[in-house]
Design a protein around this ligand. Structure first.
Ligand SMILES: [Ca+2]
Length: 374
């Protein structure tokens, strides 16, 4: 079936505060049902200081701007009544630097949360015994952030930014916490699956086998709660790098195919597309014959398909036709179905959904002034 990716803040605003929310999504479930959608992927909803919420401060909560946990439980129930599965974004590679774990860990070397993160300091015996290099010795110097504070020589590992300290998956306590988080959403809230953010960065890039292993282990644990639990991973890399993750993850996004479709449309030359598709498919099948190809055109990190084909409606239609007839489990990004446009920077590929003409649009979010779809 088709899964529909939603940026909650831009989808449907039920209370007129300018931000899309869970009750708004619940009110629009019949719209999704009519569209023929059989699953939704909801971008992060847990409390976070950022507008995109890919840096979580409380893994067990819902950001108050979006509603409450009860609102969300009701959404899941209503979605299930309509045979729509609910997949939520799970951002486990890193937390927010304002997560209470990190705040405590960064103040106190003896904090119970200290080893939830990865630290280096030249003279720290823990750094040495763990075999960690110090920040200055690291090959990826830019992935270490110096801890703020006058007398601090400590750096913490941060793949994406200083606001997003990486969690330490070498620590069994952290792994147990992560399973607890997973079980909470699967058993108490009854979501059907997770979209796993930054799935290839759980361990540093030079340890790909550990990353593959981790997701096999995680899936096993989640399937103890729900034998059909679904995982779809974001491994934003060429097919050769994506493939080995299929051992542990039932589905992975096919980034290569999405960009190949766009390239073929823009070049008006599609003769190598089928061969490209077969090559990727044969490779993935050799690793896991039951794999699910999570196909898509573009997602919340890329220019919208309409803009990627320079607003050529015929090309956008053809893109949709290719996507929806390829083997696999296609993902639509909200707004694709009405031809919304969107070009980077990021807030402008995540613009408010247009439900109606502006004057009559009760559900339209207004948290930003859109540039592309108005
Ligand atoms: Ca709202």
């Amino acid at each position: 079936g088709v899964t529909y990716e939603i940026y909650v803040q831009s989808f449907a605003d039920s209370d007129g505060d300018g931000k899309g929310d869970i009750k708004g999504m619940t009110a629009k479930l019949d719209y999704l049902k009519d569209l023929g959608v059989e699953g939704v992927w909801l971008m992060p909803m847990s409390p976070s200081p950022s507008y995109h919420k890919y840096d979580v401060t409380d893994y067990y909560g819902i950001d108050s701007a979006y509603g409450t946990l009860d609102d969300f439980k009701q959404f899941v129930e209503e979605a299930h009544k309509r045979n729509i599965k609910v997949v939520i974004d799970m951002v486990l590679n890193h937390s927010s630097s304002r997560n209470p774990w990190f705040l405590d860990a960064s103040k106190n070397v003896n904090s119970p949360y200290r080893d939830y993160y990865v630290w280096t300091e030249h003279s720290d015996p823990q750094t040495r015994s763990a075999g960690n290099v110090t920040a200055g010795e690291s090959r990826r110097r830019n992935h270490w952030t110096r801890l703020r504070g006058a007398d601090s020589n400590y750096y913490y590992y941060s793949q994406f930014s200083g606001n997003m300290p990486d969690l330490n998956f070498d620590n069994p306590k952290l792994r147990a916490e992560v399973f607890k988080i997973g079980r909470f959403w699967a058993s108490e809230v009854k979501v059907d699956g997770f979209r796993l953010d930054a799935a290839r960065h759980i361990f540093p890039d030079e340890r790909p086998q550990d990353n593959h292993w981790w997701w096999e282990y995680f899936l096993q644990e989640m399937r103890k709660v729900n034998k059909d639990f679904y995982l779809v991973g974001e491994v934003w890399a060429p097919a050769e790098v994506v493939g080995p993750y299929l051992k542990g993850m039932p589905a992975l996004f096919n980034f290569d195919m999405g960009s190949a479709i766009i390239k073929a449309l823009n070049a008006e030359k599609g003769d190598s597309l089928a061969a490209k598709h077969k090559k990727i498919r044969d490779f993935y099948k050799g690793i896991n014959p039951d794999y699910v190809d999570a196909t898509f055109l573009t997602n919340h990190d890329q220019n919208r398909i309409m803009s990627a084909v320079n607003n050529d409606t015929e090309k956008a239609r053809l893109a949709a036709a290719i996507l929806l007839t390829l083997p696999g489990s296609p993902y639509l990004y909200y707004g694709e179905e009405i031809g919304m446009q969107g070009k980077k920077p990021d807030p402008f590929i995540r613009e408010p959904f247009l439900w109606d003409v502006k004057a009559k649009d009760k559900y339209r979010a207004t948290w930003e002034v859109p540039r592309n779809s108005t």
